[in-house]
Design a protein around this ligand. Structure first.
Ligand code: R5P
Length: 308
């Protein structure tokens, strides 16, 4: 029985004060539904409108990649420093503690290996399983110009439609075949097609010339992949340039987990992405964190589940 004595006339109606209506902080996302925006606001930090995603999904086509042989040992300690984790459902269920609170960007296409044609993918996760895993986004590889371009765009469309029904955003990842140039013309074509087909954010590569045009012409947030392992300072410079020219963050894998000091590196990347730290300064931070880690010893590499 409700306590009727407690029902009083309210006073704070703020008559004359217009209802607050704020624009959503990510580009191209203002017209999305609440759940979709809420999930995007978990992947991207609303304070900076940027993200440092940690990509560890490489095993889905290349098996036990260097640095990912034991995700439970090498990746779990990095999770607290990432804004989001890009991962397959198999690695998530087997190797990541469910107590961690970071948003998951679930690898949702696959079906080939490095031994075969990489663009020959299919949708590899049912939307129900993405919901079951509490995914904050689903990731789909799109191979513009590849032998299976049409099929990969079809995969994107299927995942976007399924995700739209559940309020789960889709990340389109531009897979670039070896025969294609990773220049602004190609990347502009690929990223724009992904956004026009309904991707809510897009992952692509940085290019030295005219990356700003790629970012400007993509109407949704763009994050860059790290690519092959580079010396740390070079990787930090690349991240800095990308952010400076309009990227909304990084989705970096090998340049973090294949280094000598992954925890130091991910913190240096965060400094560049979220604090706009210059690459030289971020590199100094990397070196000092690396030194500290060397002093504290190998215990830093042991998963500390209380941190995530
Ligand atoms: C794309 O093929 C996958 O998502 C990769 O696993 C990821 O993009 C690789 O990230 P990185 O190039 O930074 O190692």
């Amino acid at each position: 029985m409700p306590d009727l004595d407690d029902v009083q006339d309210g006073k704070n109606y703020h008559i004359g004060v217009p209802m607050q209506s704020n624009a959503f902080f990510l580009k191209g996302s203002n017209s999305l539904d609440w759940g979709m925006k809420n999930r995007l606001a978990r992947v991207f930090n609303p304070a900076t409108a940027k993200t440092v995603m940690l990509a560890v999904d490489h095993g889905y086509f290349q098996g036990p990649t260097t640095g990912l042989e034991r995700i439970d040992i090498s990746i779990v300690p990095l999770v607290p420093y990432a804004d989001a984790l890009m991962i397959t459902r198999g690695a998530l269920r087997t190797s990541i503690p469910a107590e961690m609170s970071k948003p998951v960007v679930l690898r949702s296409t696959g079906g080939q290996s490095i031994l075969k044609e990489l663009s020959n993918e299919l949708v590899a996760v049912d939307i129900e399983d993405a919901v079951r895993l509490n995914a904050s986004a689903m990731a789909v590889q799109v191979y513009i110009g590849g032998p299976h371009e049409h099929q990969s765009i079809g995969n994107l469309v299927k995942v976007v439609d399924a995700g739209n029904r559940q309020g789960i955003p889709t990340l389109a990842v531009t897979g670039v075949g070896k025969e294609l140039a990773r220049d602004a013309k190609y990347l502009g074509l690929a990223t724009r097609i992904c956004a026009e087909m309904g991707a809510h954010f897009v992952k692509t590569y940085f290019c030295e010339k005219a990356f700003a045009r790629v970012a400007a012409a993509c109407p949704v947030p763009l994050v860059i992949a790290g690519g092959k392992k580079l010396p740390e300072l070079e990787a930090l410079k690349m991240a800095y340039e990308a952010i400076d020219q309009g990227a909304a963050g990084v989705d970096m894998g090998r340049n973090i987990f294949q280094g000598d000091a992954p925890i130091a590196m991910i913190q240096a990347v965060r400094a560049v992405v979220h604090d706009r730290e210059k690459p030289d300064k971020a590199y100094e931070l990397y070196l000092s964190l690396k030194k500290d880690a060397a002093r504290t010893g190998p215990s830093a590499a042991v998963p500390n589940r209380s941190r995530s």
